[in-house]
Write a protein that binds this ligand. Structure first.
Ligand code: PLP
Length: 520
């Protein structure tokens, strides 16, 4: 299969940088003819650059291009991007679902997108009502008494939640030093606990992929602040003993932190607050359809049960007796403010729109379909890839490279790279860490059966090729602009700026990158 698959033909990967295109005398801005146009252009540059504008006689050494050239250059480059709007993106623990365009439209409405955060509350009533409604909707979905929308990411939500736990312990006059974290946890969990000075105590999994209750029994004590738990866990498996676990922690005065980044299996089906979770972050940029990946704005809203509500950050949006909304800063036990202004408001508009358009029945249906899609994939692929756990999954499923490794020395990385040649984004790989050579697939509810089948077909073809022609996998991807990259080298020696003297490939480039990073 060295022909590009149908979806990737027509890609022009020979796109030089603008600096490399010599094209003098072109002018790319639509301005009147003649002298005047140069004056306008100079004025624009001066205005754009402010005091940094160059003197009158100096010219910037920029390459020259016509407007259509520029437009085509960037449009061609944009086609190198892989996105949820071009193809399916079964990245596990990420919930890469399609984001309905109406949410984007709502987020961009000028009345929302151009609101100034310093406007007085009377002028912000519409925005405040959306925040109020979203706080309440998320509390209802998660089974919590209050929710803050301030944190900008799941990781910051964890930061807020663990800070609240610490504040609650302090209010009781306690200084507990340990935090239980299952082996399968997302890396941000132990990182957050460690950030607050907790000793991270790792919990074993049982052969069915759940937390080992005996291990909790042995490790939970009055020096332990609580547990950080993900349910369904990062193996896509429901922690069936969650209620017992919460009791075990609460009985010894601890708190239960829930990692609710991926709520795609639970919306409308079950409520973490009802399991005994005291505080949990939602990732609006995963479950509640804001496009993500690549570090765009996020929202790691945090819901709290009664036990921790007093410690939530300020301000919360509240409502007066006359119906007017306001920022409630009068919360004496609050951990304080955790972000400038009020959070990423555009995301709140999107999430609010999504929840409103779905309604309770729609959210439940989304969860059902997400779980159905993952189990369908599990059933179709289980004879081709080794299943990490035999337990039925919820919204995601974890396979491994065991069979391909043993028989053909083909690794998870090789499989992932070959899937790129099929026009697919690879699944999450080598995570969770408890599974050796993990391939973690999360299809989400927004993929149709036709698409889910196409995804499975690609996986099955790659598994067959691992037997018939393993070398093809080891040299994949073959149909992309760049072939197999040395990712570790790139991460350690980033070259983020183009210069004319820069070598573009091979050993010369490696030397250049190392010199640039002072490693030679
Ligand atoms: C994505 C994710 C996080 C972190 O969320 P960010 O917004 O990337 O900081 C935490 N836990 C789990 C389980 C996740 O999937």
């Amino acid at each position: 299969m060295n022909q590009p698959p149908a979806g990737r033909r027509n890609f022009d990967f020979n796109e030089p940088l603008l600096f490399e295109k010599i094209n003098e005398g072109c002018f790319g801005v639509d301005l009147p003819e003649g002298e005047a146009s140069h004056r306008i252009a100079d004025d624009l540059v001066a205005l754009a650059l402010g005091n940094h504008a160059r003197g009158e006689k100096e010219t910037l050494s920029l390459s020259e291009h016509s407007e259509p050239e520029i437009c085509r250059h960037f449009t061609r480059l944009s086609r190198w991007n892989f996105s949820i709007d071009t193809n399916s993106y079964p990245l596990g623990s990420c919930t890469m679902k399609y984001n309905p365009r109406i949410n984007e439209w709502a987020g961009r409405l000028p009345g929302f997108s151009q609101l100034h955060p310093y406007l007085p509350e009377e002028r912000l009533q519409g925005a405040l009502s959306i925040m109020w409604d979203l706080q309440n909707s998320l509390s209802e979905i998660g089974g919590f008494s209050q929710t803050t929308l301030q944190p900008s990411a799941g990781a910051q939500g964890e930061f807020v939640g663990v800070m609240m736990i610490k504040a609650a312990l302090k209010a009781r006059g306690e200084n507990r030093t340990k935090m239980l974290v299952p082996q399968s946890a997302h890396g941000t969990n132990p990182a957050t606990a460690a950030f607050f000075g907790f000793e991270v105590v790792s919990l074993r999994s049982t052969p069915d992929g759940c937390i080992d209750l005996e291990d909790i029994k042995a490790k939970m004590n009055e020096d332990t602040a609580g547990i950080m738990i993900t349910n369904p866990n990062t193996l896509g498996i429901f922690e069936k003993d969650i209620v017992t676990i919460s009791h075990m922690i609460h009985d010894q005065g601890g708190f239960v932190y829930g990692d609710g980044a991926n709520l795609n299996a639970l919306m409308g089906m079950a409520r973490p607050g009802d399991f005994g979770i005291d505080v949990m972050h939602f990732n609006l940029h995963k479950t509640f359809t804001t496009p993500h990946g690549g570090g765009g704005p996020g929202c790691g809203a945090v819901g709290a049960a009664q036990s921790l509500t007093p410690f939530l950050p300020v301000p919360l949006v509240a409502q007066k007796a006359d119906g007017a909304f306001y920022f409630d800063n009068d919360r004496p036990l609050s951990i304080g403010k955790v972000r400038s202004f009020y959070g990423n408001f555009g995301m709140m508009v999107r999430a609010w729109t999504y929840i409103r358009e779905m309604g309770p029945a729609g959210l439940k249906k989304a969860s059902e379909l997400a779980v159905l899609n993952a189990n369908y994939i599990r059933a179709r692929l289980k004879d081709h890839y080794h299943l990490a756990y035999q337990t039925d999954c919820l919204h995601e499923v974890v396979f491994t490279d065991k069979w391909q490794q043993e028989k053909n020395h083909v690794s998870t990385l090789d499989i992932a790279k070959r899937l790129i040649d099929h026009g697919m984004h690879p699944p999450t790989i080598y995570f969770p860490l408890v599974v050796s050579g993990a391939l973690m697939i999360e299809p989400t509810e927004t993929e149709s059966k036709v698409q889910v089948d196409a995804t499975c077909d690609a996986f099955i073809e790659v598994a067959a090729e691992a037997k018939s022609n393993p070398e093809n996998l080891k040299s994949a991807p073959q149909n992309t602009a760049l072939r197999r990259l040395d990712e570790a080298f790139a991460a350690r020696n980033p070259v983020l700026k183009w210069t004319p003297e820069m070598p573009t490939s091979g050993e010369a480039f490696k030397k250049y990158a190392q010199l640039l990073n002072g490693r030679e």
